[in-house]
Design a protein around this ligand. Structure first.
Ligand SMILES: *Cc1c(COP(=O)(O)O)cnc(C)c1O
Length: 358
């Protein structure tokens, strides 16, 4: 069965907007898109005078090489957030096809489902000795019993921190075969020592992997993220995407941000984050008032406190802003702390009372 059977029937043949850059016309004088014939003085080389290529080829090549995939299996979007939204819109018929999520988890999956009018099916994570983990049996059961079209997995989990094993992803993909797309959001994969679900793409054409330049690559404001999937599926997503989704200055910045020197610097930053995470976890766990610090494969730590409000306030009065997780299901006593520079992390520790003990 083709993966296209999981796309909304009314969109399978949809050709989308025919933009001026997608026509296969040739010429020297381009007067087809109502662009200005002269550049804006602020635009040095005039690179922004014309509408951009919908999927800038240089960026495609850089991202394909970064992730080790073919160009036609990539969809470049405005952050992985856009890919999440496109996946929901292209697969779910409003009021009918459900989106399965595993709370507590990244909130955009539910937001996109809500905007599309797609029912949300929640299969909570299990709070186990080894951390917050996906309940594979419950997910399998939910997929079998309900009209689920899209399963969002997050690995490493935000905010839980644990990575999913490839066995778990494969088991869920098997259960979803012919029924639902399985999306593995790997926004933090660079910080994890678990292999990427990209290695499972050959096996499952209904698997989608999301990656982003926003976290380890330090380019959050450039808004570059990708969905990696079967070429038939990325072709559908492209036709449903806005006409010119990747601004030229962002594409140029991303291409430079992925050159050899930049990648070397990125690897060094990742090593430092992992080293700091390793240092910070036991240091936080040893503090009075800390109930639990979850193991993390990402660039943050999820921490339970006896008095989360007091911890939040202590950090704030030291000028440190962390993410309050108390509204998330099961995390009524938790804060999520991003790994910062060694100095910033020391400030966290001293604000929370390490200073008082020594
Ligand atoms: C930060 C984050 C994203 C957002 O990535 P963008 O590419 O910046 O849109 C996606 N998924 C998870 C789990 C995240 O934490």
């Amino acid at each position: 069965m083709s993966v296209l059977s999981l796309v909304r029937q009314d969109l399978r043949e949809f050709s989308g907007y025919k933009s001026a850059r997608t026509e296969t016309l040739r010429g020297e004088v381009w007067l087809n898109a109502n662009e200005s014939a002269w550049p804006n003085p602020a635009d040095g080389e005039g690179g922004c005078r014309r509408y951009p290529d919908p999927q800038p080829p240089q960026l495609q090549a850089a991202l394909a090489s970064l992730y080790g995939v073919a160009v036609d299996s990539l969809l470049i979007g405005r952050g992985s957030d856009e890919a999440i939204d496109l996946l929901v819109r292209t697969t779910c018929v409003p009021g009918r096809d459900a989106v399965l999520v595993t709370p507590p988890v990244f909130g955009m999956y539910a937001v996109s489902a809500r905007l599309q009018g797609a029912p949300l099916l929640e299969v909570p994570l299990l709070d186990a000795i080894d951390g917050l983990v996906v309940d594979v049996a419950a997910i399998t059961k939910a997929i079998a019993g309900q009209p689920v079209k899209l399963v969002f997995l997050c690995s490493p989990l935000n905010p839980g921190g644990a990575s999913l094993s490839l066995d778990m992803v494969a088991a869920i993909a098997q259960a979803a075969e012919g029924r639902a797309l399985v999306v593995v959001d790997e926004a933090y994969a660079e910080f994890s020592d678990m292999p990427s679900a990209l290695t499972l793409l050959k096996q499952f054409d209904h698997l989608v992997v999301l990656r982003t330049l926003s976290k380890a690559h330090a380019l959050a404001a450039a808004r570059i993220g990708v969905a990696i999937a079967a070429p038939e599926l990325t072709a559908v997503l492209r036709r449903c995407q806005a006409p010119y989704p990747v601004p030229t200055p962002c594409a140029q910045l991303a291409v430079s941000g992925l050159d050899d020197d930049a990648l070397q610097a990125t690897r060094a930053r990742i090593d430092l984050v992992v080293a700091e995470r390793t240092r910070l976890q036991p240091a936080l766990a040893a503090l009075p008032g800390v109930r639990r610090v979850y193991d993390s494969q990402a660039n943050f730590l999820l921490v339970r406190f006896e008095d989360a409000q007091a911890a939040f306030d202590a950090l704030l009065s030291a000028g440190v802003v962390v993410r309050d997780q108390r509204a998330a299901p099961g995390l009524g006593d938790a804060l999520r702390i991003t790994i910062g520079t060694p100095e910033q992390n020391d400030r966290v520790l001293s604000a929370l009372g390490a200073g008082r003990k020594t």
